[in-house]
Unconditional design. Structure first.
Lengths: 115, 115
DNA sequence: TTATCATATAACAATTTACTTATATAAGCA
DNA sequence: TGCTTATATAAGTAAATTGTTATATGATAA
């Protein structure tokens, strides 16, 4: 049994709802190992750029990710200060790595653009 | 790092969506420690009986709980055979116990009816 | 400054969700 | 048998979600 603090059920439900979407869950798993920018997500998920922005905004509003502007690009990464960081990490461990998506980008030469 | 098998991201997202609702998440936390029947949930959540039935059906369809008929009552409990059992248990550990709801029922004398 | 690129926001539409009330089913009991 | 109780299903509805296209913002580069 781990030592772990509890969180309110309502706030946990909110986090789980955020993660209960295939696109956002895959984003989080990707971010667990890599910073990503919006343009990469657009390529990976094959949805419009606004759709990606709306997903990352939800994750940001929920405190799960943070953004860092690098010139004209905005990179997203896991927010380790989140109240739910530990819970989310535990959860993500159960998911298979999503590096295949990044490798596919690389092979298309699309990973370089925001570097 | 725990030894743990991974599950498909799509199927994990589905489970997390089921848990991403305050009512269902509280139900699961209650079930972690107790069997409950529909009539108890009706009292606890102050929603209609059909609303409760619809929530437990979603949890059952997702394989997270199982039902046992006991006379005219149907008792629900955690399905330990679920592919997502381990993930769900880990998750529930982060939540505070919900026994207060059962104690409240008891004090109203409503816990006895389905025994 | 103006053009371009990355991202965000606004407005809208289709779909899904979470309730409700009304009704059906299934077990227990007089 | 017929009545009551527990639960499920059906049908309808309001609100939330997730996408779209159009447009705004903000940084860079000519």
């Amino acid at each position: 049994m781990n030592k772990q603090s509890t969180v309110e059920i309502e706030s946990a439900a909110h986090v789980l709802k955020l993660l209960g979407d295939k696109t956002r869950l895959t984003m989080m798993k990707l971010l667990q190992a890599n910073e990503c920018c919006v343009c990469e997500f657009v390529e990976i998920f094959e949805i419009s750029q606004p759709a990606v922005s709306q997903h990352v905004r939800k994750l940001r509003d929920g405190g799960l990710v943070k953004e860092t502007r690098r010139g004209q690009w905005i990179h997203y990464s896991i927010n380790e200060e989140s109240q739910h960081y530990e819970l989310v990490q535990q959860l993500l461990h159960y998911l298979p790595g999503q590096e295949k998506h990044l490798e596919e980008l690389q092979s298309k030469g699309l990973r370089i653009i925001c570097k």
